[in-house]
Design a protein around this ligand. Structure first.
Ligand SMILES: [Cu+2]
Length: 367
């Protein structure tokens, strides 16, 4: 990449962005083609091709995706042991774009944690000896100094532990809180912890875990190869990428969320940031219930819910009509920066709810 001049890189980047914008104008299929993960792209030389097309490489994969732990089978409070390890690793941020992620347990977001209000949580944080940086954890579910970060700064090769009692039910963000804190967050160091209320959450058919984050690369959006972190862009709050679950297209194609007609789905949605808030929306669906900011009381019949940086929401809806639904931040320009996921619903048509009457639409644009 050192041989790519700034002018050359800028030209390629504009082409790349223009290509994405054109794809968006063509409607959903083109848009998804632009945003879908190939999981096989180059880590070098892409911008120098001058075409905007990114040559394939076999060894640039996205980080693995975290799963949703099942609802707790117990309703009594207890003592829970949670072990986390901070890991620094390079992986795919977008097609042809490699980035150094700093992670909890090797995923972005980090593992979703699930405890019950009243539980005493014993949390051990290990910092892998191969890491360069000190890391830590601040859980918004904690009542105590720094959410734990005041006593949990862990140098490479060491570990620390603390205990805390989960006093308040809700859905909370956790993140690294080692200076420069937003830099650690911008490398991917965040996740969600659900503190179930004593009675648990109402049962649903499917639960999903999605977190939005903004990423600040030295190169412009679409500029290939390894991209280092840009503190200048972070300070300007001007990200090159805004993505769900750590990479453009991470929740599309084979990794799309999947449900059957008639099922009730729940999405645990959080925003790691470090800077942007999210206007979370599922194109073609209405949230039957939203627990805004992870609160205990639900709102009903919501189109778009605003989720703060360092905040979360639980959204629930029944899927009645088969098709592909896009998860977006309805600050829609961010789709072009990677913020699009898919929910694929399969099952019988429901013409009483949704059907075509006439016309010859060639496109399937969502908005
Ligand atoms: Cu950190």
């Amino acid at each position: 990449m050192a041989s790519t001049s700034p002018t050359r890189a800028a030209t390629v980047s504009r082409r790349r962005l223009f290509g994405w914008a054109t794809a968006a104008g063509l409607g959903l299929p083109g848009l998804l083609a632009a945003c879908t993960s190939s999981k096989s792209a180059t880590s070098a030389g892409a911008a120098a091709s001058g075409t905007g097309a990114l040559p394939a490489s076999a060894n640039l994969a996205s980080l693995p995706l975290p799963t949703v732990p099942p609802p707790l089978p117990r309703r009594a409070a207890t003592r829970v042991q949670i072990d986390l390890e901070t890991q620094e690793r390079r992986a795919r941020l977008a097609d042809g774009v490699e980035y150094e992620f700093w992670t909890f347990n090797g995923t972005v977001p980090g593992p979703m944690l699930r405890v019950r209000a009243g539980d005493t949580v014993a949390l051990k944080l290990k910092n892998a000896s191969t890491n360069k940086m000190t890391h830590s954890i601040d859980l918004h579910a904690v009542t105590g100094p720094g959410g734990g970060a005041a006593i949990m700064q862990v140098p490479p090769g060491q570990e620390a532990a603390f205990e805390w009692k989960a006093l308040n039910p809700g859905l909370y963000v956790y993140h690294c809180a080692t200076p420069i804190i937003p830099m650690h967050v911008a490398q991917g160091m965040y996740g969600l912890i659900l503190v179930e209320p004593p009675e648990g959450l109402p049962p649903v058919d499917r639960e999903f875990y999605v977190m939005q984050g903004d990423f600040y690369t030295t190169g412009k959006n679409g500029e290939g190869g390894f991209q280092s972190f840009s503190i200048e862009k972070m300070l300007r709050e001007d990200p090159e990428y805004v993505v769900f679950n750590g990479a453009a297209g991470a929740l599309t194609g084979d990794n799309a969320l999947k449900a059957q007609v008639g099922e009730k789905v729940r999405i645990f949605f959080g925003v790691g940031g470090p800077n942007l808030v999210s206007s979370f929306h599922v194109i073609g669906e209405i949230f039957d219930a939203v627990y805004p900011e992870g609160a205990s009381e639900a709102l009903h019949n919501v189109q778009t819910t605003l989720v703060p940086a360092g905040g979360a929401a639980i959204v629930e809806f029944k899927v009645e009509v088969p098709g592909t639904y896009l998860l977006v931040d309805h600050s829609l320009t961010r789709i072009l920066k990677g913020a699009a996921g898919q929910l694929v619903v399969t099952g019988p048509d429901a013409p009483d709810i949704f059907r075509k009457v006439s016309g010859d639409s060639a496109g399937t644009g969502g908005h």
